[in-house]
Write a protein of this length. Sequence first.
Length: 101
Amino acid sequence: ESFPVESKQLAFEIENCHTEIIINEFSDKLFIVVTQLNKIGSMMLVTAENNRISNNKLINVQPLLGASDNQLYQTFGSCLLQEILQIRPNERRPLLLSLAL
């Protein structure tokens, strides 16, 4: 019997900096870790809501742990969920994101 969580791990270099991405797909959340420091970093919950005025999704980033005022991390989280929704338009799970860059 396989473990019920689908998991993927990628590693590559970004401007000579080793970067790891770990993607875990739980039934109720997507959990993505992006690290260049080999550890869990700042965590945030990124959610999308339907916009009543337009077809665009409203993205909400809620800092949970770590650098709560880091605008770059919040922007990264928002952009990442927007990309996921482009690829998977029916995705409803929130994104739990950990960044250590």
